[in-house]
Write a protein that binds this ligand. Structure first.
Ligand SMILES: Nc1ncnc2c1ncn2[C@@H]1O[C@H](COP(=O)(O)OP(=O)(O)OP(=O)(O)O)[C@@H](O)[C@H]1O
Length: 448
């Protein structure tokens, strides 16, 4: 519980000024930031301007129904934990409040120790909740240590390590599937910010309006459907790192607001004029040619110069032949363990096939191929025929409607062909008749 010492923002709501004063002194002594309100309306006004992790709420606020006040506060700040403060005689109402979403209750009069413990307990939960998302992302896949025998890759890793500890913004370039997201998470892990979150935003998946509220948050009622306030990714990344994946697809109309945030570290939530600050290190990645996009008026030059203080370019897998077999072996070991399958090694012809293939989908494609082979290979040794890698044939063997293909194979081939002939993801999505976020997910899913 000591981990929370001094690290929590607490709102006290009570109509008795003596209680507010005593609670405040006790909690400020612990190093917490404390604000007070003596009515529901005042509490809501305070919540408009500041973010709190925890609220101690007296349900008896004059004429107002404490449960209504709690419901309004929870809609405004759903992340905030609420502890009900109640007299012995009103424990029943506290129990109702807990059913309505309060985290705990405290019976008055309480000792300073009881108050401190109640605060520490809730702040610990709040902190754990905030970290859960990033941890889930991290454990989703056991990451293979970033070892490489390729000189180009070794140079990138070396520079990445050197600059990780600075707050310089980094732009990571490379073809799709080369591991840009992976490198961003490594840089965060090597930086002094690793105890805080590395928050990722996938730029193509959102329209300008949704992106603004995703990034900066919004207040309740800011637009139709905004029934609850949200904190926004920038606030979530405070003290940590914000990774803007596929920055080339960041909405042009929103680029000035991102630029201002990167320059001045200040922002406003949608529908809320209060200017807030966040200390966030920016990493961005793209497989697009941003300089060319600047020339075409599709990307702001000033934003590009803010993002690319350091540029790291990941080599495509076909230029890392030394790493292909190492990676393949590591993926094989991992997937056969995961699926409890018999394959243990690659035959000589399989090794040759892995080396001869061009890997247009880079590490992502290699990973998908090895995952598939781990499942289908019933022998100890994987043969070239299991891998099913032929050089891409530009002759007349392209999948055709009505040929001997499953629906998903046909879908994959069609999406790949449309992507190859489209200038942007948006254009490809329009041709395919799906929205960009669906296309984005499908690309990842199909390893394109
Ligand atoms: N060094 C590595 N070791 C193991 N797996 C890796 C490594 N680098 C990347 N991968 C895996 O390859 C896949 C693609 O990586 P990642 O998403 O980071 O690529 P990307 O360049 O960001 O792709 P895109 O541009 O499509 O977003 C992921 O499944 C990732 O886990």
């Amino acid at each position: 519980m000591e981990a929370n010492q001094g690290n929590g923002r607490i709102l006290l709501v009570d109509d008795e000024s003596a209680i507010l004063r005593t609670f405040r002194y006790c909690l400020e002594d612990e190093g917490y930031q404390v604000a007070t309100a003596s009515s529901g309306a005042q509490a809501e006004a305070v919540l408009q301007g500041q973010v709190f992790d925890l609220c101690f709420l007296d349900l008896r606020l004059g004429e107002e129904s404490g449960l209504d006040v709690m419901a309004r506060m929870r809609a405004q700040a759903p992340w905030m934990r609420v502890v009900i403060v109640t007299a012995h005689s009103a424990v029943d109402t506290a129990v109702d409040a807990m059913q309505a979403g309060a985290a705990d209750y405290l019976v008055k009069p309480c000792s300073p120790d009881q108050l401190r413990m109640a605060a520490a307990k809730q702040l610990e939960v709040r902190q754990m909740e905030a970290r859960l998302e990033s941890l889930e992302q991290a454990v989703e896949q056991t990451r293979v240590a970033p070892e490489s025998r390729s000189p180009a890759m070794m140079a990138v890793l070396e520079t990445a390590r050197q600059v990780a500890g600075t707050d310089a913004n980094i732009l990571i370039l490379g073809e799709s599937g080369t591991g840009k997201g992976e490198l961003a998470r490594l840089i965060h892990g090597w930086s002094g910010r690793s105890q805080r979150d590395c928050v990722t935003i996938n730029c193509p998946s959102l329209t300008a309006e949704l992106m603004e509220s995703e990034l900066f948050g919004h207040s309740k009622g800011a637009f139709t459907g905004a029934s609850e306030s949200t904190l926004g990714r920038v606030s979530q990344a405070d003290g940590g790192t914000l990774f803007l994946d596929e920055i080339g697809d960041f909405p042009l109309t929103l680029q000035p607001k991102l630029l201002r945030f990167i320059q001045d570290k200040v922002y406003e939530r949608v529908g809320d004029p209060v200017t807030r600050q966040a200390d966030v290190r920016i990493l961005a990645a793209t497989n697009l040619d941003l300089a060319e996009m600047v020339k075409q008026g599709l990307f702001r030059e000033d934003l590009l110069y803010r993002l690319n203080v350091i540029t790291l370019t990941l080599p495509p897998l076909r230029e890392r032949p030394d790493d292909v077999l190492d990676l393949a072996e590591r993926f094989l070991a991992r997937f056969v363990k995961e699926y409890a399958r018999p394959a243990r090694s690659f035959s000589e012809d399989a090794r040759q096939a892995l080396l001869n293939y061009h890997w247009p989908g880079n590490i992502r494609e290699l990973r998908n191929v090895i995952e598939r082979v781990s499942i289908i290979c019933a022998e100890e040794q994987v043969a070239a025929s299991h891998l099913g890698l032929g050089e891409p044939d530009h002759g007349n063997t392209a999948p055709r409607v009505g040929s001997n293909l499953s629906l998903s194979e046909l879908e994959r081939a069609h999406i790949a062909a449309v992507l190859a002939s489209s200038a942007t993801l948006d254009q490809a999505a329009r041709t395919l008749g799906i929205d960009a976020s669906t296309l984005y997910r499908k690309r990842k899913q199909l390893g394109l």
